[in-house]
Design a protein around this ligand. Structure first.
Ligand SMILES: NC(=O)c1ccc[n+]([C@@H]2O[C@H](COP(=O)([O-])OP(=O)(O)OC[C@H]3O[C@@H](n4cnc5c(N)ncnc54)[C@H](O)[C@@H]3O)[C@@H](O)[C@H]2O)c1
Length: 284
């Protein structure tokens, strides 16, 4: 445990989407650090499993079912947690889904779910929790999950990437607002590279275009072969968050390369490049 992480010990951590993957990795690490962990997820069984793992390891945790795509659910989550514990030291707006396919083929409901979970879930997590964090007058931490994809573009991944660009922008602006308001709240934008999780796992999502299955399988295999372990990601992320760093990356060198490529592209103002390897990856 680092000196900074020790400041989290004894506090309450609320982590959305903590029933799987990166959220579960962060939740287990928070439990290890001595936090009381609220494992919030739309999937009751997986939230209960992660909470039980934390308790079995000697930590404190409870599972709460929440659908972050509904802003009233985030208000309900904040009510439940503040009523029960009085304070929240750490909020991680992590829940997210992947959506693949040509933009014009993705059904309207799937577009809305992706925007509601990945963007509005983060925005309304902040809206529901920050006023009560401010009222407590105590030092708090918030982490919003963007992605290395916040600095990239990819055909047939627009629905997901547009949400990650949005979350990155939201966090940058929110950081300034917290400074302006002299809030005692540290804000991190978490930028994972590939982490081995279930985000690409469902090969036959009925609400995705049929063409998306190939891309999903390719990405799933790449993630399983080259992705970082979710517990390692959770450790790296909480270390950076506890240190109050805005930029928290699991793969800092890759992030730097992506950002550098993006800057060059903006400066050159070329058309968005469709590379042969992208065609190959997507099977076109
Ligand atoms: N895995 C990666 O390589 C990677 C890379 C960059 C960013 N991310 C981001 O990390 C976050 C976590 O992704 P992951 O890879 O661990 O995915 P995952 O699919 O393993 O876990 C996501 C969790 O979110 C939950 N969830 C989905 N919809 C929800 C809703 N409406 N309300 C509450 N919970 C909901 C799921 O039940 C699941 O437990 C996402 O925001 C994702 O975009 C992941």
């Amino acid at each position: 445990m680092t000196h900074d992480e020790a400041k989290l010990a004894g506090g309450v951590a609320v982590i959305t989407g903590a029933g799987s993957g990166i959220g579960a990795g962060i939740a287990r690490r928070a439990g290890f650090l001595g936090m009381t962990v609220v494992v919030a997820d739309i999937d009751q069984a997986s939230a209960a499993r992660v909470a039980a793992e934390i308790v079995a390891a000697g930590g404190k945790a409870e599972a709460i079912v929440v659908d972050v795509s509904k802003h009233a659910e985030l208000d309900r989550l904040a009510d439940l947690v503040f009523d029960k514990y009085g304070k929240v030291r750490l909020l991680v707006n992590n829940a997210g889904i992947e959506t693949l396919g040509f933009s014009w083929e993705i059904p309207a409901e799937r577009w809305e779910a992706t925007l509601n979970i990945n963007v509005h879930g983060v925005v309304h997590g902040v809206r529901a929790f920050v006023p009560r964090m401010l009222a407590s007058g105590e030092e708090c931490w918030i982490a919003n999950l963007a992605s290395i994809g916040a600095f990239g573009i990819m055909p047939t991944q627009a629905a997901y990437l547009v949400t990650k660009h949005a979350v990155q922008s939201f966090s940058e602006n929110l950081f300034l607002e917290l400074q302006l308001a002299q809030a005692p709240i540290h804000l991190s934008s978490v930028i994972p590279g590939y982490v081995k999780t279930a985000i690409f796992a469902e090969n036959d999502r009925k609400d995705e275009p049929a063409d998306a299955a190939h891309h999903r399988q390719t990405m799933s295999a790449m993630m399983q072969n080259h992705g970082m372990d979710a517990d390692e990601a959770g450790r790296i992320i909480l270390e950076g968050v506890a240190a109050g760093r805005f930029w928290v990356s699991t793969h800092p060198e890759t992030t730097k390369q992506m950002v550098a490529g993006r800057i060059a592209y903006f400066q050159d103002q070329t058309d968005p490049p469709l590379r042969p390897e992208t065609r190959e990856l997507l099977g076109y």
